[in-house]
Design a protein. Structure first.
Length: 211
């Protein structure tokens, strides 16, 4: 069952690179949170119960409900619906996403041979999504999409921490602190202040910032 969930987590990458609606990205973010919650439940016997309590709070409450709901309110309040034309055309973006996903499965196979991590498939898909998140941030122009890309990057790091949770359970708990920082600082302050002061949601307005 874990394998099916993790493969589904990986294939959401293709949907993100194919879509151009901001709300579609947010729905993927919520789906990733739900998948991470289910993965935590399936590994409940391998992680201490105190850590499980923190993980459930982060994945089900923060990642699946709180952050996506807040982001939907942000885009609706600022009347943002679609991503503008990316730097790399969509066809080539899909090719890049496919190549990254294939690389993730190769990394998982390599990890299973070396035995360096507890969950090789978790490791491979998380590495692939880390790369994909960085590509998404670089390729998109809207500030809100950069924030979404950062949140997906954090989900990937969270998944990576699950692959080594047997040895470093506290590393998993630190992800919740990063979520809170991102949600409060980047979303509430950065995006809204740029939107109000410069009446724009593209990264081009950042060039107008002055000390």
């Amino acid at each position: 069952m874990s394998e099916i969930l993790i493969v589904l987590f990986g294939t959401t990458m293709l949907y993100v690179f194919a879509a151009n609606r901001i709300d579609a990205y947010i729905k993927v973010l919520a789906l990733q949170g739900l998948l991470l919650f289910l993965l935590v439940l399936l590994n409940i016997g391998e992680i201490q119960w105190l850590n499980i309590a923190f993980l459930v709070l982060e994945t089900l409450i923060i990642k699946t409900i709180v952050i996506p709901t807040f982001l939907l309110r942000v885009i609706r309040r600022n009347e943002i619906s679609h991503e503008v034309e990316p730097y790399i055309p969509q066809f080539y973006s899909m090719l890049i996403a496919t190549a990254i996903l294939v690389f993730g499965f190769i990394a998982a196979f390599w990890a299973s041979l070396t035995g360096t991590v507890a969950e090789p498939l978790f490791f491979g898909i998380s590495i692939a999504w880390i790369i994909a998140s960085l590509v998404l941030i670089i390729n998109r122009k809207r500030i809100i999409t950069h924030i979404l890309g950062y949140m997906m990057l954090e989900n990937s790091i969270f998944l990576l921490s699950l692959s080594v949770a047997h040895e470093m359970p506290m590393l998993v708990n630190l992800g919740m602190l990063l979520d809170l920082f991102v949600g409060i600082y980047l979303l509430a302050i950065f995006f809204n202040m740029i939107q109000v002061m410069y009446d724009g949601s593209h990264i081009d307005v950042l060039t107008e910032l002055k000390d």
